[in-house]
Design a binder for this molecule. Structure first.
Ligand SMILES: [Zn+2]
Length: 299
């Protein structure tokens, strides 16, 4: 019998008796779309997929208004890795690097690396940013540590990606409530972690979500919430490109027009959308800067 895989979906679930909540993300079409946009070396592609799955995973248990992004920068061969999931379940991501990349591609050994999680309405400046400690070999263990510390809730995170799928599983121990037997809760968390640890990367990548949850936790009382669908999507727009050009300043915009036969072309790295600006467009967008920068005098 052929299994029909559910592609690009986020499942939230509760292991009620154990007092554990969980999120499972499985990406197929969306991941292949993003992974296929550059000729990523396999270890970097795996890291990008893991980060993309994590971006979606981390939206599972929060009230998100805007987007959640995971951004990693370093002074080494891996220059940038960026993945994002919006409140509408739209995903995008990319990485920039120089060959050769170190092998293995270990987070803890990236020079001058910084990893940030940013949540909120980024354009409106309403955002929260947290820095992830990178003394860990991979994104899963770095995030596990981040969550255990920032939310004071023990967390277990698994992430995996190959050329076909990117998958993430996150479990969090819910805070002890009054009346519960603390020792029993601790045992339950240990039991759930052991069950989860039996899951190999291949099984995580190859198994459909409901099947996977059943296989792992069928002896726990598991409640599944309505799944949410995810998809590739880019939030670029002509307006955003205009404000990027404005931020470069008149001199640079004019120099580019000069060098490019009177036309500026900007191609979005996430989705390959093309934006072009001729001299008239450029003059128009620069004149907006001028107005905005003129101090307003009280009447
Ligand atoms: Zn775009």
């Amino acid at each position: 019998m052929e299994t029909v895989f559910v592609e690009d979906v986020l499942h939230r679930f509760l292991l009620e008796r154990a007092g554990v909540r969980g999120v499972l993300v499985r990406l197929g079409v969306a991941w292949r779309d993003i992974a296929g946009r550059a000729d990523y070396p396999a270890p970097l592609r795996a890291m990008l997929g893991q980060s993309l799955a994590a971006s979606a995973l981390l939206t599972g248990n929060i009230k998100l208004d805007g987007s959640l992004s995971v951004e990693l920068k370093s002074a080494g061969a891996l220059r940038l890795l960026f993945t994002e999931c919006t409140d509408q379940g739209r995903l995008r991501g990319l990485a920039r690097w120089n060959d050769p990349l170190p092998e293995p591609l270990d987070l803890a050994s990236l020079p001058a690396a910084v990893m940030a999680i940013t949540i909120g309405q980024i354009e409106r400046g309403q955002r929260y940013q947290g820095l992830v400690d990178l003394q860990h070999p991979d994104i899963a263990s770095a995030l596990e540590n981040y969550f255990s510390q920032s939310e004071q809730l023990p967390a277990k995170i698994l992430l995996a990606a190959d050329g076909e799928h990117a998958v993430g599983l996150m479990l969090q121990k819910l805070p002890d409530e009054g009346g519960h037997d603390a020792v029993e809760d601790e045992d339950a968390w240990t039991r759930i972690q052991h069950l989860t640890a039996t899951l190999g990367t291949e099984e995580l990548l190859a198994t459909a979500p409901e099947q996977l949850l059943y296989r792992l936790y069928h002896e726990e009382s598991i409640s599944l919430f309505e799944p949410r669908s995810l998809a590739f999507g880019c939030s670029c727009s002509r307006e955003r490109v205009e404000s990027m050009l404005r931020s470069l300043g008149r001199d640079e915009v004019e120099a580019t027009l000069q060098a490019r036969d009177g036309e500026i072309e900007v191609i979005c790295e996430f989705c390959a959308q093309r934006y072009t600006f001729d001299r008239i467009d450029a003059e128009h967008l620069l004149s907006i800067t001028h107005k905005a920068e003129t101090p307003t005098t009280p009447q």
